[in-house]
Design a protein around this ligand. Structure first.
Ligand code: SF4
Ligand code: MG
Length: 336
C-alpha cells in the first residue's frame, strides 16, 4: 500500500500583487524507489513549483498548499520546518540548474560536501572528508583528493555541476529532485552528467524526479513521464508509451517543436503557437484550448467549457476520443 512518493490532488497557489496565482491545480502522481519520473513542460507549467512544495521550500506566508504529499508514508504538507530540514539533508536532495545556488563561494568544495555528511550521518570530520573525496571521485572529478581543497570558483561549470551532484548524493538520498540540472551545460558534459546520474541511481537505488523541457533528455533518463501544462498534468504513462504514441495535442506540439533524429531535415520544426497562459486567470475548460488546433474535432464548445480529466495510469486529459487521438497522431503528426 502506498508508493514511496505519493502526491494526491495537490493544489498550490500563491498570493501576488496582481492576485492569486494557481500554480498547481489538482496534481496526483506516484513514484517508487529506483524509478525515474520525468516531468516535462514549458516554464510556468507548475513543474518547479511542485517540487519546491515537495521539499517544503515554498514561502508559507504567501503560499497555500492543499492535498497530500506522502514520502515513505509521512505527510509533508503539514510537517514542521525542523522535520523538513532534517529530511532535506538526509532523505531528499535536490540538484538545480545553477550550481552556484547550492555551493557557497566561501568554503572549499570538499568541506561543503563533507558538512551534510557530518551533520546527518553523525560522521567524524575525518570520515566525512574522506567521504567527500570519495564522492568527488564518483562524480568524475579527476584527482579528487587535491581538488576537494579547491573553492567553487576554481572549478569549471561542468565540474561545479558534478560537485553539486556529489553534495546532493553524499547522504544516499532516497529521493533526488533534479530541476533542469543540465540545461546550462554543453552537450558533451550534459551527456556525461546524465550517465553519472543513471549510474548513481543504480548504486544507491534512489527515486528521481527529473524536471526538464527537453523530451530528448526524458527519453534518455526516465521510466515514466508526466507532461504538465498550466498547472495540470495533461498526459502520463511510461516513456515508451508516451513517446511512441503520444495522445495529447500539447505533447504533439512539444514533439514537433524539437528536432528528432528520424525527422526530415527539410521539414521545418513547428513551434506551438501562442504562449502559456497566465495562471492569474487561467483559461476555462481545457487550459490548452487557446493554443489548440483540434477543438473543432471535439465539436461544440466542450473544450472551452469542460475540464478534461486525467485518469490513472496511461492517459491524456483531452476530450478527443481514444480513436481520434490515435488516428490524428499516426496520420497527421507522425509523418513530420
Ligand atoms: Fe485541444 Fe480540446 Fe483536447 Fe484541450 S481538450 S487538448 S482544447 S482538443
Ligand atoms: Mg523551472
Amino acid at each position: 500500500e502506498g508508493a514511496f512518493l505519493s502526491v494526491r490532488d495537490l493544489h498550490v497557489s500563491f498570493r501576488t500583487e496582481d492576485g492569486v496565482v494557481r500554480a498547481v491545480d489538482g496534481l496526483s502522481f506516484d513514484l517508487e524507489r529506483g524509478r525515474t519520473l520525468g516531468i516535462v513542460g514549458e516554464s510556468g507549467s507548475g513543474k518547479s513549483v511542485t517540487n519546491l512544495t515537495i521539499l517544503g521550500l515554498h514561502n508559507p506566508m504567501f503560499t497555500s498548499v492543499e492535498g497530500e504529499i506522502l514520502l515513505d508514508g509521512k505527510e509533508l504538507t503539514t510537517a514542521r520546518e525542523s522535520e523538513l530540514e532534517k529530511l532535506r539533508g538526509n532523505k531528499v536532495a535536490m540538484i538545480f540548474q545553477d550550481p552556484l545556488t547550492a555551493l557557497s563561494p566561501y568554503y572549499t568544495v570538499g568541506r561543503q560536501i563533507a558538512e551534510p555528511y557530518m551533520k546527518h550521518m553523525r560522521a567524524s570530520k575525518k570520515a566525512a572528508w574522506e567521504r567527500a573525496v570519495d564522492m568527488l571521485g564518483k562524480v568524475g572529478i579527476p584527482n579528487p583528493k587535491q581538488r576537494a581543497k579547491d573553492y567553487p570558483h576554481q572549478f569549471s561549470g561542468g565540474m561545479r555541476q558534478r560537485a553539486m551532484i556529489a553534495m546532493a548524493l553524499v547522504c544516499d538520498p532516497d529521493l533526488l529532485i533534479a530541476d533542469e540540472p543540465t540545461t546550462a551545460l554543453d552537450v558533451t558534459v550534459q551527456a556525461q552528467i546524465l550517465d553519472l546520474l543513471k549510474n548513481l541511481q543504480q548504486e544507491f537505488g534512489s527515486a528521481i524526479v527529473f524536471i526538464t523541457h527537453d523530451l530528448g533528455v526524458i527519453a534518455d533518463m526516465a521510466d515514466d513521464i508526466m507532461v504538465m501544462y498550466a498547472g495540470r498534468a495533461v498526459e502520463r504513462g511510461s516513456v515508451d508509451e508516451v513517446l511512441r504514441a503520444p495522445q495529447h495535442p500539447y505533447t504533439w506540439g512539444l514533439l514537433n517543436s524539437m528536432p528528432r533524429l528520424d525527422s526530415d531535415p527539410n521539414i521545418p520544426l513547428a513551434p506551438i503557437p501562442g504562449t502559456p497562459p497566465s495562471l492569474l486567470r487561467p483559461p476555462s475548460g481545457c487550459r490548452f484550448h487557446p493554443r489548440c488546433t483540434f477543438q473543432e474535432r471535439v465539436g461544440g464548445t466542450r473544450c472551452v467549457t469542460e475540464v478534461p480529466l486525467l485518469g490513472p495510469d496511461r492517459d491524456s486529459a483531452c476530450h478527443l476520443t481514444a480513436d481520434q487521438k490515435r488516428t490524428i497522431f499516426v496520420e497527421e503528426i507522425k509523418p513530420r
